[in-house]
Design a protein around this ligand. Structure first.
Ligand code: PHE
Ligand code: ZN
Length: 877
């Protein structure tokens, strides 16, 4: 494990490497605890560089067994596990260096570099895992053509895969065999991959737009091939979509995906050989929920789209991570929007952004979409880089328009194919095609924090005035902020629900329904507006900001029923819900009686039953803001128990007011047809299960959920029923029976058991801590497997407000102990889990104190990884 060296990496310190490695030949001889890697590197001095600088290669925990320079054995060198330095190099411009290292894949629990998962050898190299395999210039701007030879015992590993195309294979005697792969596309080391093991295969093929045939393979545990069918379908749709929407064609003869069960992240876009967390490959209706299906579709697409945005055009350095991630998330969002319902998809994206990115931007871990410094790059695979990064690309398209955006993307692919680029390169193509100056827009990459717009509307004699003020709250190490370019999509709605026109506007540029806010304050005047309009603002969530607008409840009710923009319509009702939840919270804290406006319940009933709206939309609209959403909107001095009481109060109120119509809707939405994971089927199930959540709160609720549990023919309905039982009727015979039945049915399927862990870890109340402790001893749990750990400890800390934040701080202390333990084996995992503490300063004083103590206990420990220490110290700073 690497502990802290105090080293900080800074964007401004970037300089190109002195050497290049145009060719890399690897020979990997696999054995569980003694794998040998022979790397034959063709090294060149960078043209125009210094005369004879030393060659310094990166390593991480490496053991050098042999070194040969231009056929000379044991040349002068210094080797440590972290570095290989050669000072005396040949006078030639190009030379060959041969290195042999020895690895212990079985001992690798950090899941970075070469490791074994369930008997399958696999690699993870992004961002700095290749240096755990061999010494190298392990940085994304060093591109190399790889030729890989894998040797292994036939019995243990009949399957041998690497990047590119297969070029040779054969027997070696003694039961060993080999395979060779050649990847013609120069790539950075983080895209290297190797897989070897005994796996089942689902095969298919795809004909590209120019008529080339690509062989597709998805490799999974034997017997699970059928569970890869949905992923395969999603892959083919992704390939078609990228051709149609971005003109991008696949560029190798094969495309392989391997599902592994131990993986730190979602999936990895290695060239021609994507490696996936099996959670994002395996699915059928009895094991996966509709959310799982949607995630699989999105992640398969995401990794495939990286082939162009990430692999063909990669990042110059890790500060530019958003260049590939933000853009690729944008692309996968657009793909899902096209495959499903655009409006519903947008609402879901915004909910995710607010749940994951806003708290990051508003807390101690805030950083720009393109950070300027880091201690550990692994800690920057964040919602800011990914989700906000995607929002920035979306804004660019809003500002430029669809056609100009596409022209810019075309130029990007044409100009930068095969290069390692920066955000400046990306913005420049759009400046060049449009002739616009995007320097102010570029602040979105460089300035952290969520901008706020305060808008004061007034109407008089045909003129609508909007006084707009923008501010960006201070964030760590950025106290003064510059004014941003915020594209604010809007509509003016008349009393008949139609859009109102205006004759003239002054005070800011307004184009195609978008106000371009560029200054700290604007006074906008719309002339010739026939009546006092109702304002629909930030339509489609055109900018990732917070809004403070004086808007009457009647206006919000009107928008919730009439806005033609689905996002804004959803937002209007969500704002009403949030406002009444926050006033209820104040009542709970002030010990006064809870009261809710009856209009809210009526409107919820009307939306739920409105057959002109998609069921998926209705489900999202009547879902109450989560306890974390409410906490974020309250902002400070948070008492999670009071939030829980307020939220439950509103939920009960809506349920009681709509008892009959909800019961009828629940019956009506019963699905009797064959199962389909498509958006329409998922939408109906979503609505029915939200309604179940309400009905479960009134008399007979436990029986209703129990009946659904017994009758369920798909995982979505099953977990919805189980969740309702375990959360709303904890300890009831129905709940106990259902939990036992689920474990009996799915005990052998770890991914299904994760749902069982999750449901129990999120049961509200302080007893959840004991439940979680007990479940850690369950045979299906493993502290080494990231999916298990996230299902139990991740959902407990991130999704159980009353349990994790119990007032005595016992859960914080427990969690800190778990982090220290996990950190010994998997620093990436412990560091990520530790971000659950990031909003500790917004808690009420007693909890704040306890949370600080827990963080301090980690900071004070001696054997903490650089990953975990970085998160903890930034959180405490
Ligand atoms: N690059 C991966 C993606 O597609 C994420 C990842 C990062 C996976 C680091 C593993 C390690 O987003
Ligand atoms: Zn990605």
């Amino acid at each position: 494990m690497r502990t802290d060296t105090g080293q900080v990496f800074r964007l401004e310190d970037y300089r190109p490497s002195d050497y290049l490695i145009p060719q890399t030949r690897l020979t990997v001889r696999l054995a569980p605890d003694a794998t040998t890697v022979v790397a034959e590197l063709t090294i060149e001095r960078r043209p125009g560089g210094d005369a004879a600088p030393p060659l310094v290669l990166d390593g991480d925990g490496l053991k050098l067994k042999r070194i040969e320079l231009e056929s000379v054995a044991q040349p002068a060198h210094e080797a440590t596990p972290e570095r290989l330095v050669l000072n005396d190099l040949p006078a030639t411009d190009r030379f060959t260096l041969i290195l042999e290292t020895e690895l212990d894949p079985d001992d690798n629990k950090a899941l970075m570099g070469l490791y074994r998962s369930n008997g399958v050898y696999c690699t993870q190299c992004e961002p700095e895992g290749f240096r755990r395999i061999t010494y190298f210039l392990d940085r994304p701007d060093v591109l190399s053509v790889y030729h890989v030879r894998i040797e292994a015992p036939h019995a243990a590993a009949p399957l041998l895969l690497s990047n590119g195309n297969p070029v040779a294979s054969g027997e070696l005697g003694n039961g060993w065999h080999f395979a060779e792969w050649h990847d013609p596309h120069p790539k950075p080391s983080y895209l290297f991959a190797l897989v070897a093991g005994d796996l089942g295969r689902l095969g298919d093929s795809f004909t590209t737009m120019s008529g080339r045939e690509v062989e597709l393979g998805i490799y999974v545990e034997h017997g699970k091939e059928k569970l890869a069918a949905y992923a395969m379908d999603a892959l083919k749709r992704s390939m078609t979509w990228d051709e149609e929407v971005f003109g991008r064609e696949y560029d190798l003869d094969v495309f392989n995906i391997v599902a592994v069960s131990d993986f730190n992240m979602g999936a990895m876009e290695n060239k021609g050989l994507n490696i996936f967390n099996d959670k994002y490959v395996l699915a059928d209706e009895t094991t996966a929920t509709d959310t799982d299906f949607a995630n699989i579709e999105a992640i398969i697409a995401h990794e495939y789209f990286h082939n162009w945005t990430g692999n063909r055009i990669t990042c110059r350095d890790w500060f530019q991570l958003c260049l590939k991630e933000g853009l690729t998330v944008y692309r996968d969002h657009e793909f899902s929007a096209d495959q499903r319902s655009r409006g519903v998809k947008r609402i879901a994206e915004v909910r995710t952004l607010r749940a994951l990115q806003f708290p990051e931007d508003q807390g101690p871990l805030a950083h720009p979409v393109r950070p300027r410094r880091y201690r550990e790059i692994n800690n920057f695979y964040t919602a800011t880089v990914y989700e906000k990064g995607s929002e920035v690309v979306r804004m660019l398209r809003t500002i430029l328009g669809a056609a100009m955006f596409r022209a810019g993307m075309d130029l990007y692919f044409e100009r930068h194919d095969g290069q390692a680029c920066t955000i400046e390169d990306f913005l420049k193509v759009f400046e060049d095609v449009s002739g616009r100056d995007l320097s102010q827009f570029g602040l979105w990459y460089n300035q952290s924090g969520t901008p706020n717009l305060t808008i004061k509307p007034s109407y008089e004699a045909g003129t609508l005035t909007l006084e707009i003020e923008q501010s960006v709250p201070p964030t760590p190490s950025e106290s003064r902020k510059r004014a941003m370019h915020i594209p604010l999509a809007f509509g003016l709605i008349g009393s008949d629900g139609k859009e109102l026109e205006w004759t003239e506007v002054e005070g800011a540029s307004v184009e195609d329904g978008v106000i371009h806010v560029r200054k700290r304050s604007h006074k906008l005047r719309f002339h010739g507006v026939a009546e006092r309009p109702i304002l629909s603002l930030n339509r489609g969530f055109s900018a990732p900001i917070t809004l403070a607008v004086e808007q009457k409840p009647e206006d919000l009710i009107f928008l919730a029923g009439h806005d033609s923009d689905p996002f804004a319509r959803w937002q209007a009702f969500n704002t009403l819900l949030t406002d009444s939840l926050i006033s209820a919270y104040r009542c709970v804290r002030g010990d006064t009686r809870l009261r809710f406006p009856s209009q809210i319940a009526q409107l919820a009933g009307r939306i739920a039953a409105d057959a002109s709206l998609e069921p998926a939309y209705r489900a999202l609209a009547i879902t109450l803001p989560s306890e974390t959403d409410i906490a974020r909107d309250i902002g400070k001095d948070i008492d999670p128990d009071a939030i829980f009481v307020a939220r439950r109060g509103l939920s009960d109120f809506i349920a009681r007011s709509n008892h009959e119509p909800f019961a009828e809707l629940y019956r009506e939405l019963r699905d009797d047809g064959p199962f389909s994971p498509d958006a329409a089927g998922a939408g109906r199930r979503a609505l029915r299960n939200v309604v179940l959540g309400y009905l479960a709160r009134i008399e007979g609720g436990a029986d209703l959920a129990g009946t659904q549990f017994s009758a369920a023919t798909n995982m979505t309905d099953l977990v919805a029923a189980l969740g309702t039982l375990a959360h709303d009727h904890a300890g009831s015979p129905q709940a106990e029976a259902a939990l036992a039945d689920f474990a009996a049915r799915h005990g052998a399927m770890p991914l299904a058991m994760d749902k069982w862990f999750q449901i129990q870890a999120t049961a509200p109340g302080e007893q959840a801590l004991d439940t979680v402790r007990a479940l850690m001893r369950h045979p299906a749990f493993s502290a080494d497997n990231p999916n298990r750990v996230r299902a139990l400890l991740g959902t407990f800390s991130g999704g159980n407000q009353t349990g994790f934040h119990r007032a005595d701080g016992a859960a914080y202390a427990f969690f800190a102990e778990m982090l220290k333990d996990i950190d010994q084996r998997n620093p990436q995992l412990s560091a990520r889990l530790a971000t659950a503490f990031r909003s500790w300063r917004s808690l009420e004083p007693v909890r704040q104190q306890k949370a600080r103590q827990a963080l301090a206990s980690i900071a004070g420990a001696s054997d903490v990884s650089v990953d975990l220490r970085d998160i903890v110290e930034r959180s405490l700073a």
